[in-house]
Design a binder for this molecule. Sequence first.
Ligand SMILES: Nc1ncnc2c1ncn2[C@@H]1O[C@H](COP(=O)(O)OP(=O)(O)OP(=O)(O)O)[C@@H](O)[C@H]1O
Length: 306
Amino acid sequence: MENLLATRSVTKTYGKQNALHDVSIHVRPGEVYGLIGKNGAGKSTLFKVIMGLAAQDNGEISIYNQPSIENLVGAQKNIGFMFGSQFFPYLNARENLVYTCKLKGITDKTEVDRVLKLVELDQVKKKVKTFSMGMKQRLNIANALVGKPDLIIMDEPINGLDPQGIASFRHLVQKLNREQEITFLLSSHILGELGLMATRFGFIHDGELLKEVDRETLLGKTEDQVIIKVDNTEKATYLLEDQLSSLDYVVNGDKEIVLSDHIDETNKIAKILVDGGLELYKLTPHQQTLEEYYLSLVQEGGQANV
Ligand SMILES: Nc1ncnc2c1ncn2[C@@H]1O[C@H](COP(=O)(O)OP(=O)(O)OP(=O)(O)O)[C@@H](O)[C@H]1O
């Protein structure tokens, strides 16, 4: 499928700091793409490079498969962008958006009403300085919607929102994605926050893109596990390795054994451990979360089996 936005082997350094190394992401039309990475992973730098706010050292950006600089500048007009709030606090939402229209050279007088309606701020008259975080976020989206972009890029859009704000943000993104056919590229340092709304994920760590994976594949990878806690982890893994045919496990920092196979044989596992003279404190089935999957991906440097 043709990409709406792609980066090819983009590299960017700040002095000796390697902010992006060989990053190739592929955002297809109609997706809600979640770029996930911890603080300092390179998400903002990648967005700045895409928007032409920072120059890459190497690599290419293409929008609708148009890599040349002149075309890219034109194509960037089809991108709505949000990098934190930059509104006049003493103006209301409408007045702020009129200003955005002026900056973008949009003369259509109905544009402000259109975007205010889409984010359900059309009835709100008060000044922006009195807005809740959730309302500010909706105004941010309205601002990005001005000019009918195909793609909206938002850097850490969920930061600072309460659970209700996160839910209404999610519903708004999904509605705009479905009804206005807007593609989204969103970043977060918390996978769980984008886990419910993104249709595809890119995992970035220390400036490198570890993996791109669609939602269904990712959900299929969060496996059923068994968590075991005993008084002697080393002896337990020795006994289990000895008496079970194959054993896929990790020992995590809390001295727990996380077993990914033999999950239907908890009775047998308990017997092996107790017969081996171990104190068994815990033996519980567990469904791996997206966050845990992401952490294992980072630990394995992108080699997790997707
Ligand atoms: N202007 C700059 N000068 C020097 N180093 C920078 C600059 N901007 C970013 N960096 C460094 O580049 C790396 C990537 O930073 P970036 O801001 O892109 O990460 P991020 O994933 O967006 O994290 P955060 O969510 O904390 O902003 C970090 O090590 C950061 O310190």
